[in-house]
Design a protein around this ligand. Structure first.
Ligand code: C2E
Ligand code: MG
Ligand code: MG
Length: 439
């Protein structure tokens, strides 16, 4: 295990060898009446590493991962590489499902520790699906497929975790496949559209921005929310053309409003981790700005805290290049991840968006209030703006004003709406009753 001199990236048994061993182990387990577990491991957003740092770094990282996976199992177990960033681990003879869970947890813990590869500090997280013999199946192919399906459920649930296969996952897995299939056609069929939500300056009640939020009008399912398809789009790479479509449409809409005599207002667009780490983002952004003619300072890119804090050194460089293009940058869902203040100071960002989970109970939960207060203080000391997301009630709004938060966004002012319904508010402002300063 110790030596890492590999001709191929990981020098682990491959797919064929694993299947061979699986057949033997299954036969032995059948005779002995024992159990075995199969762990399907996929590294989360691994493509980003290859795309941003190159294949040699990706390969070195895979070696390190293989090494750590091997450190979590017994000699009699088999760690194999399925190709790409997928591994299959066969746990020979386990007593119960708990044993498999323990190994999976160990893998999560071990991989959570950053790796140093070619001068980069990298963290990869795995999504792990587990199937059991003979509980889930006595057929090899079905057993592998079940672990794979369970792994996909982990991805859907937010990644970096493990899950055991359950019967009802089959249905959800085929639903996911169908959704991915439909997603491939959604763009060309014009099924994607944008809704917009107002951002309000609390001191004046003025509309200071609009966030573009993606919607998919599925021919059968109706309006599908982004939560259901963004992860699928990221994993399949479809997020790249979809994301470019979003940027283009938001810029076009902004100019159309200006042409109609409405005030020029900043439009915020959410950027996926995949878009952010991909080489060529700047070029495509520059092309879109040139093609639409939108002035860059009217476009704001929202990146989540976890995206910017991952590989923070590289982030500084990317953000600086985007900033140099003239676009504004903000950090979305702030407070949910881990932020390094040292890096935060170096990011050329315009504002922090306080995650809506802290706003919900703001007026009643002292912890939430303390968190929001410190985020507001942090933003102010960094000399940047701060906006609260998901504001639903007057009470929350008044509380935010009291805490010194200067902007807010949420259903209290307006839900995300199609452009035609946003337009009257751009013209006339928000209804007087919703004005933050009136009581
Ligand atoms: P986000 O960027 O944090 O967007 C805010 C979400 O909160 C939106 O959900 C919005 O509809 C919802 N929201 C706004 N006000 C309220 C409120 O008062 N109460 C509650 N409970 N929710 C409120 P939505 O539109 O479903 O989008 C979910 C997430 O999907 C977004 O979170 C963003 O991360 C992602 N997303 C949306 N559009 C895009 C896109 O074009 N590209 C990418 N990559 N991601 C997108
Ligand atoms: Mg956002
Ligand atoms: Mg958010």
């Amino acid at each position: 295990m110790g030596t890492l001199r590999f001709a191929q990236p990981t020098a682990l048994p491959n797919r064929v060898l694993l299947q061979d061993r699986l057949i033997q182990t299954m036969a032995r387990a059948e005779r002995a009446g024992s159990r075995l577990a199969l762990l399907y491991i996929d590294l989360d957003r691994f493509k980003l590493v290859n795309d941003s740092l190159g294949h040699p770094v990706g390969d070195a990282l895979l070696q390190e991962v293989a090494h750590r996976l091997q450190a979590t199992v017994r000699v009699s177990d088999t760690v194999s590489r399925q190709g790409g960033d997928e591994f299959l681990v066969l746990l020979d003879e386990i007593e119960s499902a708990d044993d498999a869970a323990r190994v999976a947890q160990k893998m999560l813990d071990l991989l959570a520790q950053p790796c140093w590869v070619a001068g980069h500090e990298l963290t990869v997280t795995p999504s792990i699906g587990i199937s059991l013999y003979p509980d889930d199946s006595t057929d090899m192919i079905t057993l592998i497929k079940s672990a794979d399906i369970a792994m996909y459920q982990v991805k859907e649930g937010g990644r970096n975790a493990y899950q055991f296969y359950t019967g009802d996952m089959n249905e959800r897995a085929s639903e996911r496949l169908a959704l991915e299939h439909d997603l491939r056609r959604a763009l060309e069929r014009g099924e994607m559209l944008l809704h917009y939500q107002l951002q309000i300056e609390l001191a004046s009640g003025r509309i200071v921005g609009l966030e573009a939020l993606l919607r998919w009008r599925h021919p059968v399912l109706g309006l599908v929310p982004p939560e259901r398809f963004i992860a699928i789009a990221e994993d399949s790479g479809l997020i790249v053309p979809i994301g470019e479509g979003v940027l283009h449409e938001a810029c076009r809409q902004s100019l159309a409003w200006q042409a109609a005599g409405l005030p020029a207002i900043v439009i915020a667009v959410n950027l996926s981790a995949v878009q952010f780490r991909r080489a060529g983002l700047e070029d495509s952004l520059r092309d879109i700005l040139t093609a639409t003619g939108l002035s860059p300072h009217l476009l704001e890119l929202e990146l989540t805290e976890s995206v910017v804090m991952n590989q923070a050194d590289a982030t500084v460089a990317i953000l600086t290049r985007l900033h140099d293009l003239g676009v504004r940058l903000s950090i979305d869902d702030f407070g949910t991840g881990y932020s390094s203040l040292a890096y935060l100071k170096r990011f050329p960002i315009e504002k922090l968006k306080v995650d809506q989970s802290f706003i919900r109970d703001l007026a009643h939960d002292a912890n939430d209030a303390a968190i929001v207060r410190s985020i507001v203080g942090l933003a102010h000391s960094l000399g940047i703006g701060v906006i609260a997301e998901g504001v639903e009630t007057r009470e929350q709004l008044d509380f935010l004003r009291h805490l010194g938060c200067e902007e807010a966004q949420g259903n209290y002012f307006c839900r995300p709406l199609p452009p035609a319904e946003i337009e009257p508010m751009l013209r006339d402002g928000i209804p007087l009753g919703k004005h933050p300063a009136t009581h």
